[in-house]
Design a protein around this ligand. Structure first.
Ligand code: HXC
Length: 258
């Protein structure tokens, strides 16, 4: 496996694991970390024995945002010509399900990164926020859009305009996170969740992700039409035959032949 400096990469069964690893900077997302995460995700995307990806940070911080020290002296032209942060779009475009396990700070780009994932499990220690306004900037990796879609205008405006943080319980009430678990159980719970997804049919899990995401990109009529077409195509898979046979034969399905 490739040597990375800002992340640790491993696997547990069919789950590919990526751990953000810049402890001295609370996992601040610098350019190197961004390209390493994207490369690791793209490797897992190509590997058919991986069914889901787990992305996590440390107990203290999932990620405390984009790297402020790296950005500090940049000009508009640097940002514009380099299209700063655009590589993160490749993570958002991943087709396999990504579970985010968030403990501690998920601020700014850290919150935005978590929101690019599909199932967001929060430790009770998690703190979410878009504090960019306090730095004289605004969210730049989709925060103003994904947060608003996740929690609605009222809370998104509140968080983005005041820069305050919200704790895990508030994030769960607001619909930002899938579930809150005790910090000590976070990784086990996230691995169990990612493994459960990874044991499903890979193409069907990818179709589910694509269909749910379509809800954010289309009208209801278009979205339902898209879902119907994808649903029909599930019947071209072996996994549909296996899943339904397993049900009628009262046994567990054995997916994987697609
Ligand atoms: C670079 C960071 C950092 C960051 C923390 N550090 N966050 N370095 N970029 N985003 C570094 C600190 O400078 C410090 O390094 C070390 O990590 C530990 O942080 P402390 O501040 O000493 O820890 P603590 O007092 O516990 O406070 C934790 C914190 C605070 C509340 C999370 O670090 C903080 O407010 N960080 C910035 C959060 C933020 O504004 N995020 C949004 C970034 S902008 P040293 O070397 O001093 O020990 C963003 C924009 C996205 O994400 C797109 C638009 C541009």
């Amino acid at each position: 496996m490739t040597d990375y400096e800002t992340i640790r990469v491993g696997r547990t069964g069919r789950v590919g694991m990526i751990t953000l690893d810049r402890p001295d900077a609370l996992n601040a997302l610098n350019a190197q970390l961004m390209s390493e995460v994207v490369a690791a995700v793209e490797d897992f995307e190509k590997d058919r024995s991986i069914g889901a990806i787990l992305l996590t940070g440390s107990e203290r911080a999932f990620a405390a945002g984009a790297d402020i020290k790296e950005m500090q002296s940049k000009s508009f032209m640097d940002m514009y010509l380099d299209d700063w942060f655009s590589a993160w779009d490749r993570l958002a475009a991943a087709r396999k399900p990504i579970v985010a396990a968030v403990a501690g700070y998920a601020l700014g780009g850290g919150c935005e990164l978590a929101m690019m994932c599909d199932v967001l499990i929060a430790a009770d220690s998690a703190k979410f926020g878009q504090p960019e306004i306090k730095l004289g900037v605004l969210p730049g990796i989709g925060g103003s859009q994904r947060l608003t879609r996740a929690v609605g205008k009222a809370k998104a405006m509140d968080l983005c305009l005041t820069g305050r943080t919200m704790d895990a319980q508030e994030a769960e009430r607001a619909g930002l996170v899938s579930r809150v678990v005790p910090a000590i159980d976070l990784i086990d719970d996230a691995i169990a969740t990612a493994s459960r997804i990874a044991d499903m049919s890979l193409p069907i899990a990818m179709m589910v992700k694509e269909s749910v995401n379509r809800a954010f990109e289309s009208t209801l009529t278009e979205g339902v039409r898209f879902e119907r077409r994808v649903f029909h195509s599930a019947f071209a898979t072996q996994d549909q035959k296996e899943g339904m046979a397993a049900f009628t034969e009262k046994r567990d399905p054995n997916f994987g032949h697609h």
